[in-house]
Design a protein around this ligand. Structure first.
Ligand code: HEC
Length: 202
């Protein structure tokens, strides 16, 4: 019921109750009292209402806030899980890719390394091999080794190779061929060729 109606009813009620009163003064007083009383009650109930409404609103807002926060947490959870899964997958992919690249690089390089090794072995360094000959034959093959050998400087490649090969298998040489056999016994054919070639350049 609206406040104005309540007040009107209160006044009407007071008027009826005190209708029997004789003096105008008494009537006025009764009405005034009723109005004051009504006004007081009205004030109290309004304060109550406001305070209840306020409490309800605060409760509502709190509840809403809790719901929203719960919703956010719930909806964030799968996103966080997905993200961490993606990160793990990416890490795995990177490590796999790195391994693949390493493997590919090794595969690509290994035949090259093999070829280089073969090439190095195939063409021994004549100058390095000649290093151990210098003491007897001289830096440029100009010496008579141990006072016995021929001077090998100026010899052609084939002559040098044939004599070295001969020392190796015992088919060439003079009195001191044993000295030379010891020098060349462990050498390969390609090494003897490299030596012969190098000596012609001296
Ligand atoms: C310890 C000394 C000594 C060393 C080191 C030595 N030679 Fe000789 N070389 C000789 C002697 C001595 C002869 C002669 C041997 C003989 O036929 O009687 C000779 C002979 C030769 C000959 C043939 C020349 C000839 O007299 O018919 C060639 C070529 C030769 N040496 C190359 C080499 C080469 C290459 C090396 C190094 C790998 C080498 N020598 C290391 C002492 C040496």
């Amino acid at each position: 019921m609206k406040n104005s109606k309540k007040i009107a009813l209160g006044i009407a009620f007071a008027l009826v109750v005190f209708a029997g009163c004789t003096s105008e003064e008494e009537k006025t007083q009764a009405v005034t009292e009723q109005v004051e009383k009504t006004d007081e009650t009205q004030k109290e109930s309004t304060v109550d209402k406001i305070s209840k409404a306020t409490t309800d609103t605060v409760d509502d807002v709190t509840k809403k806030a809790q719901e929203v926060s719960k919703n956010i947490q719930e909806s964030a959870q799968p996103i966080i899980e997905q993200a961490s899964q993606k990160i793990n997958q990416t890490e795995e992919t990177i490590s796999n890719t790195t391994q693949d690249l390493k493997d590919q690089a090794t595969q690509a390089v290994s035949p090259v390394i093999k070829k280089v090794k073969e090439a190095v072995v195939a063409t021994p360094d004549g100058s390095k091999l000649y290093a151990k000959c210098i003491s007897c034959h001289g830096q440029n093959g100009e010496k008579v080794a141990l006072g016995k050998s021929k001077i090998i400087q100026g010899w052609d490649e084939n002559q040098i190779y044939t004599s070295l090969k001969g020392y190796q298998d015992g088919t060439y040489g003079g009195a001191m061929q044993g000295v030379m056999k010891a020098q060349v016994s462990n050498m390969s054919d390609t090494e003897l060729q490299a030596l012969a070639k190098y000596i012609t350049s001296l």
